[in-house]
Design a protein around this ligand. Structure first.
Ligand code: DX5
Ligand code: ZN
Length: 238
């Protein structure tokens, strides 16, 4: 059965990006990474229009859906956005996030995602201000901070993302304190064992990692090492 909101319950989550998986063995790859401890499967959709790369769509999402029971976290790097929302919902996506620059009506697109029974997320490129959040807080389930420019796996983490994560954390905490719903703070791009601790300390609770996980021969070992760093960062900042 497809997962629901309870999948948001662990305090921190690791979301391997299948962009760096072996596309010829995708079913086996997602099963293996979930068996190794992945909390979500991050699914990067690129259209050679919004970003200069072309990847996978709803048919591939539907194909991997029966292989795993964790949430499928669809990251849309496409323009326009709305046409694909019902298609991904039907394909078994649980979370659908998009870039605010890629849609004419951000509020409407967030509503559309939720109307289709999915959690809704906004993605912020390195130079995109967080202001897009301010008037749609009640429609957000995920805020995704890009720590690389979108389009490719295996890029280096941009340090400016740490300040943006702290800023997003403060906005989310203020909202929750005022009685607002839970909003996950996700980070995507260049996340490795050696920087995940400081990223956690900056406020992220959900960590996308593509090349770091799928480029490692032992998925359980690398996910375990990431969790250890996350736990250590939690202890230090507590
Ligand atoms: C980039 C994608 C990322 C990417 C992350 O546009 O959104 O999800 O796959 O890959 P790594 O972890 O290799 O930077
Ligand atoms: Zn992504």
């Amino acid at each position: 059965m497809p997962p629901t909101m309870s999948s948001f319950s662990p305090a921190t989550r690791i979301a391997p990006s299948i962009l760096s998986a072996d596309f010829a063995r995708l079913g086996e790859e997602v099963r293996n990474v979930v068996a190794a401890g992945a909390d979500w499967i991050h699914f990067d959709v690129m259209d050679n229009h919004y970003v200069p790369n072309l990847t996978i769509g709803p048919m591939v999402c539907a194909a991997i859906r029966p292989h795993v029971d964790v949430p499928i976290d669809v990251h849309l790097m496409v323009e326009p956005v709305d046409e694909l929302v019902p298609q991904f919902a039907k394909a078994g996506a649980n979370i659908i996030s998009f870039h605010p620059e890629a849609t004419r009506h951000v509020d409407r697109t967030l509503g559309l995602i939720r109307d289709h029974g999915c959690k809704a997320g906004l993605v912020f490129n390195p130079a995109t201000p967080l202001d897009y959040m301010d008037y749609v807080m009640d429609k957000l389930d995920v805020v995704l901070v890009m720590s690389v420019n979108p389009g490719f796996g295996g890029q280096s983490f941009l340090h400016s993302a740490l300040r943006k994560l702290r800023d997003a954390r403060a906005r989310i905490d203020r909202w929750t304190l005022e009685g607002g719903q839970h909003i996950a703070l996700e980070v995507d791009g260049g996340v490795k064992v050696d920087n995940i601790g400081e990223i956690r300390a900056a406020g992220a609770d959900t960590f996308v990692a593509g090349s770091a996980i799928f480029g490692h021969p032992d998925y359980a070992a690398i996910i375990g090492a990431m969790r250890e760093q996350i736990a250590r960062a939690g202890t230090l900042s507590a």
